[in-house]
Ligand binder design. Structure first.
Ligand code: HEC
Length: 150
């Protein structure tokens, strides 16, 4: 557990956490956090697909990164960025993030729980293979409603 805490500390810089000065900057920072989710998910899925051997340190790092983003999710989508699109990138947030806020926050809370569950259950390659699809479902579940292809 101690390792997770240090890792999260260093991650905060990488994912661009601090709230941005202006809305467009926030949109781009939010997108960096989304890309961090992708990097973490790939690290886990590579092991799940036997492309890489099981590596507890890599798993802990990916889960710590997901945890960091999951906990900050609602704050990554402040009202000020409604309707804005990232400077670069394939996807942007649907207006539903703001018009159906309670549901968006419920999906965010589900994500936090799914990461907690993954942290508790993933101990080896078999448990990772069992748990990864559950986590992935939470990503897809939110994207179906709240992410739009640009
Ligand atoms: C609570 C909702 C929610 C959850 C859960 C969620 N996402 Fe997203 N995701 C979004 C929204 C909204 C966007 C669009 C905003 C953007 O791209 O900046 C997005 C965008 C993305 C993008 C596109 C970034 C780009 O380049 O435009 C990727 C990749 C991504 N998410 C991966 C993931 C992965 C992997 C997970 C699960 C581990 C996940 N997301 C979980 C809401 C969610």
């Amino acid at each position: 557990m101690r390792r997770t805490i240090t890792l999260t500390g260093t991650l905060l810089l990488g994912a661009g956490v601090a709230l941005a000065q202006n809305p467009q900057e926030q949109v781009d920072k939010t997108q960096l956090a989304m890309k961090s989710n992708l990097t973490s998910a790939i690290a886990l899925s590579d092991i799940a697909k036997d492309k890489k051997p099981y590596d507890q340190a890599a798993v802990d790092k990916a889960l710590a990164e997901l945890d960091d983003v999951a906990k900050r999710f609602p704050s990554l989508f402040p009202e000020s960025i409604k309707g804005l699109k990232p400077t670069k990138g394939e996807y942007y947030a649907s207006p539903k993030v703001w018009t159906e806020r309670a549901d968006f926050e419920a999906h965010s809370a589900t994500f936090v729980k799914a990461v907690d569950q993954a942290k508790a259950k993933i101990k080896d390659a078999n448990s990772l293979k069992a748990e990864f699809p559950e986590l992935n479902k939470v990503c897809v579940g939110c994207h179906e409603k709240f992410r739009v292809k640009g």
